[in-house]
Ligand binder design. Structure first.
Ligand SMILES: Nc1nc2c(c(=O)[nH]1)N[C@H]1C(S)=C(S)[C@@H](COP(=O)(O)OP(=O)(O)OC[C@H]3O[C@@H](n4cnc5c(=O)[nH]c(N)nc54)[C@H](O)[C@@H]3O)O[C@H]1N2
Ligand SMILES: Nc1nc2c(c(=O)[nH]1)N[C@H]1C(S)=C(S)[C@@H](COP(=O)(O)OP(=O)(O)OC[C@H]3O[C@@H](n4cnc5c(=O)[nH]c(N)nc54)[C@H](O)[C@@H]3O)O[C@H]1N2
Ligand code: SF4
Ligand SMILES: [Mo]
Length: 748
């Protein structure tokens, strides 16, 4: 009886969005006291409708993982000493100011890892911190990932966030190139439960077609799958476009008047007959023509390309050509085609750009171009190694593990060891952060608020969902926005007073308000910024900024302009989230290029096709290595959770039976894999799921650093595939590294 009463008092259910991948699943978290009883899919979440994957469930183990760092720590030699926040920040200030005062801000490099984009605090406060630091040596995981896609969007449609998203729920023909959403749960296509959505296409009589050098789980579900030679997608895409013109399938529909470069495209593809191109990409000419015809004749069709098309030598060209096909078949901005979401956090108005933001400056050593204010990860190690003005001598890593995630990992590791000062914001003492001098821990995902600022921008439906923290944080813990504002104050040469966090937070909000009240098209034009600030009430930090963005966004309450509109309070009262409906056409208004048109044949990309032709080679020598994702991994950082690593070894080299026979290999044999940059030893898995001549390895493994505090991960170490990837091999347009199509040799 007594225990029962106790349960009633202590048990509760919390709803929140899973912050681990782009799918944004709703979770139902059963809490008993300070403990988690169960994590399930939230059936009332309008978007995910109860779906979740094993990683969502693993948040319980992540929350309670004894290795997860909860206190700031300072390293003395090889010993880590717990510190107070004051001690840690003072050490950080000393370390960073020392470098900035002696060598200037460029002496401090910054590396931002993937979880930043899943983090409300960091998405809202990073920019202010970086503006205060003003280093050119800014790097992120983007240049190992989606940069080509965002650069192509910036050039063609005027903004890096104007990435067309496949309208999977209404399309009747989905051509997936170089993506495996059944393992990754989708990327630049926020859509929980991809299995259900892909089956939905089939149930309405449509088709899913996959182009991939691996017969992936997604390919297995698809109606058709074609192997392609790694790195050869540009050939295929050019031949599809050739066929669209050749067989008269081009029909741009309502967008006809808003396209620049139609003739240039037609001229460009003239020589790329499928019959000529077939040998380069390994797909028969008749299949290429069939793909083009199906795209041309199906009223609602879309091409979607991801990781496999981005992280190769022609990443930007691929990303561009994919959307050229969507435009030429009339599927851009059309239901069931490739569409532009309208996220609740705005902006409300579409403002044209002054031109694509890239190549405005270059890296010091190799002269690689900047993209959107950052430099390619590929040059991070050399910028640390080569002496001279602008050399990186100190590093800040925030939510990143570049030692395992970035190319030529051994070189980076070595360069990092020679840094004068390093600080990391991270929840683990891992292969990267163990080199830091100061480690600053974020809250557990369950202790912080969440809103997917980034992923609703790339979502297949318009959704708004805010999650309150499930647990209160302890009084001695800081949220990451507070850490970032402390760092901002530390690197700044100004005195921000007794309470820098409050001062800088107020300033951040006030600046945004002032900008808006000066904007003639704004619903709050001419109003007193102080009144708007007062209307935002007692909220502080990310919540205040989020409330501001929601109110000013396209569905927003507009500070009185639209009383039924969105506010943060409204979202708080709808803990499962609010469905704002399917995507709706947004063009031509949302074309943000200086011309106000789609730039179909941008000179920089047209020219890059020459590079493709120069390197043309229909014969492939040796093996080509590609990447692989598994449902139970998340890049490098979740291998310390027992529920995700139990079972058989997943870090194996997949090889085709014909290749295995030729090399005298059988299942389970150890082999040595070597590349231009390094060598690893790994166990083979013989499978006809990979194409002959291609081998596949997952990334994020290689937990062999004895100084890392990763008890479980070290029991399942695997090998670091990025020992093999080359920091010199990249897509020169976007600076994105080649992680797929890496030449390797295999020996028994
Ligand atoms: N060979 C090969 N390499 C690849 C890839 C590939 O396919 N093949 N994929 C690439 C891609 S797409 C990406 S995005 C990158 C990822 O590269 P990274 O972002 O460098 O690597 P992650 O493994 O995601 O590391 C995330 C780090 O953030 C920490 N972390 C987790 N949550 C939080 C938090 O809330 N706050 C803070 N401060 N820290 C947190 C984790 O402990 C971990 O240290 O890897 C790239 N590398
Ligand atoms: N479970 C899990 N989910 C994740 C992650 C994770 O690590 N684990 N990481 C997250 C991150 S950071 C990202 S960026 C996304 C990525 O999500 P996806 O883009 O779906 O990435 P992958 O699963 O790596 O799929 C890439 C596919 O491209 C294929 N490929 C390789 N080379 C080529 C090529 O030259 N041409 C073609 N056509 N295909 C090629 C590979 O065989 C692979 O099947 O996943 C996210 N979701
Ligand atoms: S699919 Fe992604 S968002 Fe959904 S539960 Fe798994 S990790 Fe979380
Ligand atoms: Mo990524």
């Amino acid at each position: 009886m007594e225990t029962n009463q106790c349960r009633q008092i202590d048990s509760r259910v919390s709803f929140r969005t899973c912050p681990l991948c782009e799918a944004t699943c709703g979770l139902e978290i059963h809490v008993h006291g300070e403990g988690i009883e169960a994590i399930q899919g939230d059936k009332k979440d309008p978007f995910s409708q109860g779906y979740l994957c094993p990683k969502g469930v693993s948040l319980k183990e992540l929350h309670t993982d004894p290795d997860r760092i909860r206190t700031p720590m300072i390293r003395r030699g090889t010993k880590w000493v717990p510190a107070t926040w004051d001690e840690a920040f003072s050490e950080v200030k000393k370390g960073l100011r020392n470098l900035i005062d002696r060598y200037g801000a460029d002496a401090v490099g910054v590396y931002l890892g993937n979880p930043n984009v899943h983090n409300l605090s960091n998405m809202l406060y990073m920019e202010g911190f970086l503006r205060m630091l003003r280093t050119r040596n800014l790097f992120s995981a983007s240049s190992m990932d989606q940069m080509p896609k965002q650069l192509a969007a910036e050039i063609m449609f005027g903004h890096s966030f104007n990435v067309p998203i496949p309208d999977v729920d209404r399309t009747d023909y989905l051509l997936i190139i170089g993506a495996n959403p059944l393992a990754s749960n989708g990327s630049l296509m926020t859509a929980p439960n991809m299995r259900r959505r892909l089956k939905g296409i089939q149930q309405r009589g449509g088709k899913v077609v996959v182009i991939d050098p691996v017969h992936t789980p997604t390919a297995k579900l698809a109606d058709e799958h074609y192997f392609i030679r790694p790195g050869a997608d540009a050939w295929l895409l050019l031949a599809i476009i050739h066929t669209l013109f050749d067989e008269d399938w081009v029909s741009t529909g309502k967008l006809g008047d808003f396209i620049n470069g139609m003739e240039e495209i037609q001229t460009l593809v003239r020589e790329f007959q499928p019959e000529e191109v077939s040998a380069y990409c390994g797909i028969p000419a008749e299949t290429i023509r069939l793909l083009a015809r199906n795209l041309g004749k199906t009223p609602r069709a879309v091409v979607y390309g991801r990781m496999g098309t981005c992280t190769q030598r022609f990443g930007t060209v691929n990303s561009w050509l994919i959307d050229v096909i969507n435009v030429l078949t009339g599927n851009l901005d059309r239901e069931g085609g490739a569409m532009f979401p309208r996220p609740a956090t705005g902006p409300k108005q579409s403002i044209r750009s002054k031109g694509p933001r890239f190549g405005r400056y270059h890296s010091r050593v190799r002269k690689l171009p900047e993209v959107f204010g950052e430099l390619p990860v590929a040059c991070m190690a050399e910028e640390m190694e080569v002496a001279g003005p602008g050399q990186i001598r100190g590093l800040i890593t925030i939510a990143g593990n570049p030692v395992l995630s970035s190319p030529n990992g051994s070189r980076l590791l070595h360069a990092m060891e020679n840094l004068e000062f390093m600080v990391s914001i991270d929840c683990y003492l891992n292969e990267t952060t163990r080199h830091a001098h100061v480690l600053l821990p974020p809250l557990s995902p369950l202790e912080k608020a969440h809103y997917d600022l980034v992923f609703y921008q790339f979502s297949v439906r318009n959704i708004a969902k805010y999650s309150r923290p499930v647990f209160d944080r302890a009084p001695d813990q800081l949220d990451e926005w507070e850490i970032l504002l402390h760092l901002a104050a530390a690197v700044s040469d100004k005195d921000w007073g007794e309470n820098p966090v409050k001062t800088l937070d107020d300033l951040t909000v006030m600046k945004r308000i002032q900008k808006e009240t000066k904007n003639e098209n704004s619903p709050i034009h001419g109003r007193d910024p102080k009144d708007i600030m007062a209307e935002l009430g007692n909220r502080r930090g990310p919540e205040r900024l989020l409330d501001w963005m929601l109110r000013m966004g396209p569905y927003g309450e507009g500070f009185g302009a639209n009383s039924d509109g969105l506010t943060l309070s409204l979202l708080e009262n709808n803990p499962h989230g609010i469905d704002l409906g399917p995507l709706t056409p947004r063009l031509p208004g949302h074309l943000l290029t200086p011309s106000g048109k789609i730039e179909l044949a941008p000179p920089v990309l047209v020219k890059d096709v020459e590079r493709l032709c120069q390197g043309a080679d229909s014969k492939q020598n040796g093996f080509r290595l590609v990447g692989r994702r598994d449902l139970r991994s998340n890049n490098s950082w979740m291998h310390n959770l027992p529920v995700l690593v139990k079972g058989k070894n997943r870090c194996t080299l997949w090889i085709h039976p014909d290749d295995a026979n030729r090399l005298g290999l059988i299942e389970g044999d150890p082999v040595s894999v070597s590349s231009q940059t390094g060598r690893v030893e790994v166990i083979v898995h013989v499978t006809s799921d990979v194409m002959p001549g291609v081998v596949s390895l997952p990334h994020g493994w290689g937990h062999r650093d004895s100084y890392a505090r990763l008890t479980i991960a070290k029991e399942h170490p695997g090998i670091n595939v990025n020992i093999l990837t080359d920091d010199q091999d990249l897509d020169p347009v976007s600076g994105t590294v080649v992680l797929n199509d890496v030449p390797v040799e295999i020996t028994k």
